[in-house]
Design a protein around this ligand. Sequence first.
Ligand code: FES
Ligand SMILES: [Fe+2]
Length: 470
Amino acid sequence: MEDSSTRLCFGHDGHDASWKQWIEALAVSKNGTLDRMLLNLLQQDELFRWHAVALNVVGYAVALVLILWLSWKFYYTPFVWKRDLTDIGYNHVLDNEGIGRNDKKRAHTINRLRRLRRVGQRIPPPYPNGWYGVLESEALAVGQAKSVDCLGQNFVVFRSETGEVNVLDAYCPHLGANLGVGGVVRGDCIECPFHHWSFSGRDGQCTNIPYMKSGSIPKTAKLKKWKSLEANGFIFVWHHVDDSVEPWEMKIVPEVEDGQWVYYGRNEFLVNAHIQDIPENGADVAHLSAVHGPNCMSGSDLRTYRPAWAEFGMHAWNASWFAPEESDPPHIARMDLKHSFKFFKKFEFCTVDVKAYQIGPGYVQLMMQTGLGPMVALQTVTPVEPLVQKVIHRFYAPRNLGNAFFQKFAIWAESVMFERDMMIWNHKQFIDSPLLIKEDRLIKSYRKWYSQFYSENSTSYTLAKENLDW
Ligand code: FES
Ligand SMILES: [Fe+2]
């Protein structure tokens, strides 16, 4: 008989005989004990081999499912970035005092810093006239009511059962409950949580008092109805100190409005500054290379955002700001901006052409052309306190794989850049007559243009503050 162990070694790899042949050969061997042992070993070995194959298959399948799930998540999940008042700009003191993120002293220290700030003199009215974003459309489902506090007002914003958005004063004229806190939408009305009086979303009139047995509903049982509209992913409220002034028409972005472009994400910030300071950034062209020139990879902290290692790449900006022409709507100003990323001060890439439309005091549409196609960022700035602004950007672009990567990177980079501004805004003074040089002249033009949003009767900064102090 041939040496079966030698054959076994060769045959194990299946070079010259199949497994079946080996097993058959061994079964007819004269040395029964050895044959049985070998047969056993072979069967165990084969079992082991199939186990290994099965484990491999399961491993690959799990990895594949994981990769597909992560790609799907990455492709379809919007990128969200959120910072509140305590997140940006206070680390120079918090670090010195050894106060960490979860330290109880954190909020107290930041509030102390906010109180110590000399905010400036002759501060303009904090709530200029215009359309303001009060909620994002997706934040209000059919039949849902929310309370929104901004512009020195308390609103109840609700979506009727047919999908219409209505904005009313939040406080019930009966005994003062807030309809945004526990109010229930019924048809196109909202029912107060306290005694179930109902108010129509169409005009704010009370339509039902469930326990009234006699008489009729008083005419004065009425809530103020605010003009509102829904466009480009936001719910806007018209806020004007003079009720007789008709609102201007909202500028629609068709690609967003009709759903051709995809929503890629958003960021949200609470900024400690006067509203006028935020869009002034567009006309302040000199700050662009100072604040936004250093590489975005080096982060947003102005104390550390210019490290030597990041100098291999810098952002280059070229900007101009334009007041509207005579034939243009007076409430829309424009900024043209060109961005590129310069590698070793020579090689330019990632060029972006931006046309930004500043629409009224608190809304900007940034239409961008990038190497990967068009995109838009929609910004709302809404005063929630005289010197606290809620700023939201929402980003849209056509759906494709390149965009899924690029958009998320762009939202991150924009968030970093915005935080650099925020660190300045959170601590700056408002200067009514700034010391401007010739090269700063666009700031002057901007302030002149912006002044149209204040009326003689606009609530002053001092009064607005008093209204909130109680
Ligand atoms: S307080 Fe609203 S029904 Fe009484
Ligand atoms: Fe800026």
